[in-house]
Design a protein around this ligand. Structure first.
Ligand code: ARG
Length: 259
């Protein structure tokens, strides 16, 4: 009896030690409790930040309200989806709350040249079943070259995972990252196309968008400069986040938004 008890205690102690090791020594990318280097954001401060959900309510991407009834997101978020199975959730900072509005989607437009995120054209426009609000974000245009200059401070937002391979955030998170030069981004990623994309992140990594943030906004100078698109892992040194370059697609997007 004493022996059995002793064995049990030894086994328990070993299990506790193993769990302890796992929690005490996380991978470096898992250290931050937020978006990967971010903090909580108030939805009232970013009222144009929305998320895309399935008809059962599961969040799978981000988006930006750019007109009362239009949302810009990434094509890789909407490709293969039907409008009927897609919802846009507005005004809900906490995914576990019922705050805000759940709008239905009446139309999904995907850039006709879109094939995959890494080959560009990763933009899509959703038409909603109603006008949500007049608080929306303007798109960057061809004259906004300064916003795309290396070092420009940007804000990234989303409900995505807080580490590469981690679980999604319950709350809206934000972080600030600088724009990376085209030359530098091309060195990180051979597929980088400066006319279709823009990169942002710190050379040492640590702050980035991640899975589930896709389609969501990267903002500079009060304008939407990009939609979260792709990257190698998340927040890794030498591998910044890549965003669809909104200025390049301004006219084709505006055509959809005004139609
Ligand atoms: N493709 C991801 C998504 O669908 C976004 C990845 C962004 N990655 C990054 N390292 N910034 O949510």
């Amino acid at each position: 009896m004493a022996k059995t008890l002793h064995r049990l205690i030894t086994a328990l102690a070993a299990a506790v030690a193993a769990v302890g090791l796992l929690t005490v020594v996380p991978a470096s990318a898992d250290v931050s409790p937020y978006i990967v280097g971010g903090t909580r954001a108030t939805i009232s401060q970013y009222p144009w930040t929305v998320y895309l959900a399935t008809s059962s309510g599961g969040q799978f991407c981000g988006g930006t309200l750019v007109k009362g009834n239009k949302v810009v997101t990434a094509a890789h978020c909407t490709s293969g989806r039907s409008a009927a199975s897609t919802r846009v959730v507005w005004g809900r900072e906490d995914k576990q709350s019922t705050a805000g509005i759940v709008a239905s989607v009446t139309k999904i437009w995907i850039h006709p040249s879109y094939r995959s995120a890494t080959s560009g054209y990763d933009v899509s426009v959703l038409t909603l079943d109603r006008n949500i609000t007049s608080a929306y974000l303007p798109l960057a245009g061809p004259s906004d070259t300064a916003l795309y200059a290396a070092g420009t401070s940007t804000t990234i937002l989303g409900w995505g995972t807080t580490s590469s391979g981690g679980s999604a955030s319950r709350y809206l998170l934000k972080a600030s990252v600088p724009v990376v030069s085209d030359t530098s981004c091309k060195q990180s990623y051979p597929q980088y196309n400066a006319s279709a994309m823009v990169c942002a992140g710190y050379p040492q990594g640590g702050t980035d968008t991640c899975q589930g943030d896709s389609g969501g906004p990267i903002v500079a100078g009060g304008k939407l400069i990009g939609a979260t698109s792709w990257g190698r892992g998340c927040a890794s040194a030498g591998y910044p986040g890549v965003y669809a370059r909104i200025a390049t697609y301004n006219s084709v997007l505006t055509q959809q938004i005004d139609s």
